[in-house]
Design a protein around this ligand. Sequence first.
Ligand code: HEC
Ligand code: HEC
Length: 287
Amino acid sequence: MQVKVVIGTIAFMLTMIILGYAALREPERLEHFTNAREGRTIETGAKIYIDNCATCHGVEAKAEECYDATGNSITCQGLPLNNYFLVCGDAPARLEQTRFEGTKEQFIERTIAAGRSGTVMPPWSSRYGGPMRDDQVANVAAFVLNFANEEFCAEEPISFDWPELVEDFLTLETEDFVAGPGDPENGAAVYASYACTSCHGNVDEAGSNQIGPWLGDIAEVGATRVEGQTALQYVYHSILYPNDYIAPDCANGPCTGPPSAMVQDLAFRMSSNPQDMIDLLAYLVGN
Ligand code: HEC
Ligand code: HEC
């Protein structure tokens, strides 16, 4: 009888020790598991990115270098995702600009899931007619958010300082930017990628504008808008500061404003590649 009690007690104590040890180890094990899972998510996301997104958003998601399926260099149509103003901090500037109310995680995941209507950014989630499951969307979103590491986010990049006069801009030479000659062909691609088409229509087709004025004749009309401004100066200024002057006739009657119904964030978005502005001006006005 007594032996049984002793054995029972010892067995009980041993069980408690083993359980206690396991319980102590549990948080550590969980952490390991979480890290491994996050690692896999980002890795899977990186693969999805290369297969589906890099043609528009580019190598390293900087929207600088893009290749088609056969390896030819093409114009990047997307925006940089490896971008301080999109991924760094709790409230990146990009959210405020687009008047998005929510977290950056929601902004990025929703944009990927639903796409951006009026632009070439397609929906990816099957819930919006795209080809991906929600876990694949989550993985590629995690990959984008992972650009926000401590080193990358440590210092805010200086956004481009647009000269007031277009002549100064077109001949600018600084440490970070040297103005190249205007390339109207790339300008046409820029016009499409910044969704100018969705409001201003096709420049080769009068009346194709949906919201803003048709821009097919802006090279002539632009010179008559603001006294003292050439067409080139007027178009440059209109893109950067849409509220400063409101054009007379929009697609559905007189234009309204200020504030202008035109997108307001082009000065910021074009900062990452000012050459786009030069090419766009070459396309619309010629320079
Ligand atoms: C056909 C070209 C194209 C492809 C392919 C594409 N995108 Fe985009 N994406 C765009 C364009 C253009 C925009 C900017 C739309 C706009 O002007 O608001 C954009 C915007 C975004 C944005 C929002 C960026 C911001 O600053 O507002 C995210 C995030 C994004 N894309 C992620 C992805 C991911 C992830 C994939 C791949 C699964 C992908 N895109 C594939 C063209 C593309
Ligand atoms: C969301 C719609 C929208 C988008 C996108 C948009 N615009 Fe506009 N834009 C307008 C509206 C509306 C006006 C007229 C009101 C005003 O003058 O600000 C306008 C005016 C202009 C004007 C002056 C036209 C004139 O007849 O005097 C120019 C130039 C212009 N936009 C260029 C662009 C370019 C280039 C892009 C793309 C990089 C662009 N816009 C994108 C809506 C848009």
